[in-house]
Design a protein around this ligand. Sequence first.
Ligand SMILES: N[C@@H](CCC(=O)N[C@@H](CS)C(=O)NCC(=O)O)C(=O)O
Length: 236
Amino acid sequence: MTINAQRKLYDLAGADPDRRFSPYCWRTRLALAHKDLPVETIPWRFTEKEAIARSGQHRVPVLLDGETVVWDSWTIATYLEDTYGDGRSLFGGAGGRSAIFFINNWADSVLLPGIARLIVVDVWAHLHDKDRAYFRETREKIFGMSLEQVCADRETSVEAFRMGLRPLQRMLAQQPFFGGSSANYGDYIVFGGFQWARCTSRFQLLAEGDPIAAWFERILDLFGGLARAAPSEWPV
Ligand SMILES: N[C@@H](CCC(=O)N[C@@H](CS)C(=O)NCC(=O)O)C(=O)O
């Protein structure tokens, strides 16, 4: 069921408006595709705060669904599940929703900060000129050092990052998706992190032969190759 054809998503972009790299926006784009809900994506830059001011906050994704304004990727996912309940389920029921909420929190507090430490300097390089000073200033404040320093030892620090991926590697060696035989919102949450890296950095996050890479390719192929079509820095 489609309640409104006027559906728009503010989606973070780099200097190239087609380079959409936000890990959170990818969660939402895949959730919309999973529900078979068409959307117009609007390229948005970090400093274009007034464009999303009606949401009352300053981050994307922001979804306009007719008159309804929804922000925060988890809130959007639950909104889509509850509003479009007759579409394919994102969570697979109440138990699935609770378990995937853990994945959401793990991704936000462990996976994304881990990836950020390996690629943040490359993310900066892809930004629109008008965003570069803002991004550098806000992120250097968070890290307490320059973006270049954050990534300086990445050839070494990637080993600890990869160790932290073991539960994911073990699971994906046994089953094709978080959702079992087909993808669910847990897959899209974690995928968003790796897609962020794919769209901005040539740094190799995964070791050769990692089962995560095969899973990532499977998600790239979903929905007619929606995510694969995004400009990428990874070898094809
Ligand atoms: N909890 C939010 C986080 C969204 C978020 O941090 N988005 C970033 C882009 S990846 C943003 O808009 N940042 C704006 C800024 O740093 O000013 C969600 O899940 O949607």
